[in-house]
Design a protein around this ligand. Structure first.
Ligand code: FES
Length: 60
């Protein structure tokens, strides 16, 4: 996983940020959204963030 890859352009949230949020206890998209703001603006990244969150939570 490229941690530097921006997954949410509106808030400049990277894949690494999402991974951090999951590490810190986020277990679903809603938690990640709260922690990183990903998806709070245009919402275009929602699907991507959801998918990545699921993957990361599974791999925990
Ligand atoms: S790209 Fe994430 S809210 Fe716009």
């Amino acid at each position: 996983m490229n941690k530097e890859k921006v997954i949410c352009k509106c808030y400049h949230v990277t894949k690494g940020d999402v991974a951090e949020a999951v590490k810190a206890g986020a277990s679903c998209y809603k938690d990640v959204k709260k922690a990183t703001k990903a998806g709070k603006a245009c919402g275009k990244c929602k699907k991507r963030v959801k998918k990545l969150t699921k993957k990361l939570v599974k791999g925990k």
